[in-house]
Structure formats: C-alpha cells, structure tokens
Design a protein around this ligand. Structure first.
Ligand code: S3P
Length: 187
C-alpha cells in the first residue's frame, strides 16, 4: 500500500521558524545587554558566544588570547559559533570579530536574522573606558581600536538589520530591534 504524504491544508498558516536572531557589532556596541533584554522581553532562549567560549576553554577570553594567540581564538570562536547555531538557541550575541568571515555571515543570514548594533568607535571607546572591568576583558581594546573598526566597517554593514546605538539607551535599542524584527515579520 502506498501512503500519500501528509499535505498541509491549503489555508494552513506557514510554520513559524524564524531561526536565530544574531546580535553583532563592534566592541562596546552593547550586544550582550541588548541580546539578554530582547530575549527576556520575547521569552526566548539566549546565549552569549563569548561566555560560551569561556565555558568551553575554561579561561577568560583575554587569557585565551594571551595563551594561544588571536588565530587560535578565531578557530575556537568559529567552532563555538557553529555549535551555538546548531543548538536551536533563539537569540545569540557574538563577539565583534566572530563574523568577519563572509561565509559565516552568509550562514547566519541563511539560518536566521543578522542584526548589527552600530556604534562609532569614539562612543564605543567611551563606554568601555567607563568600566575598567569591561575594558580589561577585551584584549583588542588597544591603540588600534579605531583603525580596526575602519577595517571592519563593511562587514558590520553586511547585515539584515542595522540599529544605531550611539545616542540610545540599551532599552531603547531593544525596542528598536524588536520593532525592526516585527516590521520584517521575523516576529
Ligand atoms: C573581539 C570582541 C570581543 C571578544 C574578543 C575579540 C573582537 O567581544 O570576542 O575580545 O575581535 O572584536 P565583544 O565584542 O563582546 O567585546
């Protein structure tokens, strides 16, 4: 006997599977805070990729850079990103260098929605300087901070949504992200 495959009724709503909302941008853009609050508002699961890496390697990011170097960190970061994307997590914040490879950006955009939180380097530097602990956590918050941003600017612009953060509080950014996701019918 041949069983016909179950077909959805013509008027059935499309299955809702928006894929992960990935929050990216330069250091100091507010990615982790915004991702956390967005997930909380929506009742979504959330993962911070740097925190996940720290858990996987058993040391802080700065120590990992010091012990193994940036190239090794990028390999670890890539593997962690792929595992996170596979995990089904709904909101994912990733470090400022995590999606510099265009193939990774394409993968994120194919699976879900890539949101860049835009920040100018002067504002980012001011935010990081205001918190010595936040500054110390970042091995690349150094003399090359503005030049590195300029090298990466085109990559940050390659996103589904770009939300300005320079003049906004974290909660205002969350509201802007949520509104933009709703406008795109991601939510
Ligand atoms: C990096 C950003 C950091 C962290 C690492 C490298 C970068 O995360 O992943 O220090 O290359 O921009 P934040 O963007 O959360 O500071």
């Amino acid at each position: 006997m041949i069983l016909a495959p179950a077909m959805p009724a013509a008027d059935a709503p499309a299955p809702f599977a928006p894929g992960p909302i990935v929050i990216w941008g330069y250091m100091g853009a507010g990615k982790s805070t915004v991702a956390e609050r967005l997930a909380e508002r929506l009742g979504f699961t959330m993962l911070d990729l740097d925190a996940y890496i720290v858990e996987r390697v058993g040391m802080p990011v700065a120590a990992c850079f010091a012990a193994q170097g940036e190239t090794a960190f990028r390999v670890i970061e890539r593997e962690a990103l792929l595992a996170a994307l596979d995990s089904g997590v709904q909101v994912l914040s990733v470090g400022g260098g995590a999606l510099l490879d265009p193939e990774l950006r394409a993968r994120v955009r194919m699976l879900g929605t890539l949101v860049t939180l835009a920040v100018t380097p002067a504002v980012a530097a001011r935010r990081l300087t205001a918190s010595p602990a936040e500054a110390a956590r970042r091995p690349l918050f150094d003399a090359g901070f503005a030049a590195r941003f300029a090298e990466r600017a085109a990559a940050y612009a390659d996103a589904d949504l770009i939300i300005d953060t320079d003049a906004a509080t974290p909660d205002e950014v969350v509201t802007a992200v949520e509104g933009a996701l709703r406008a795109r019918r991601v939510l």
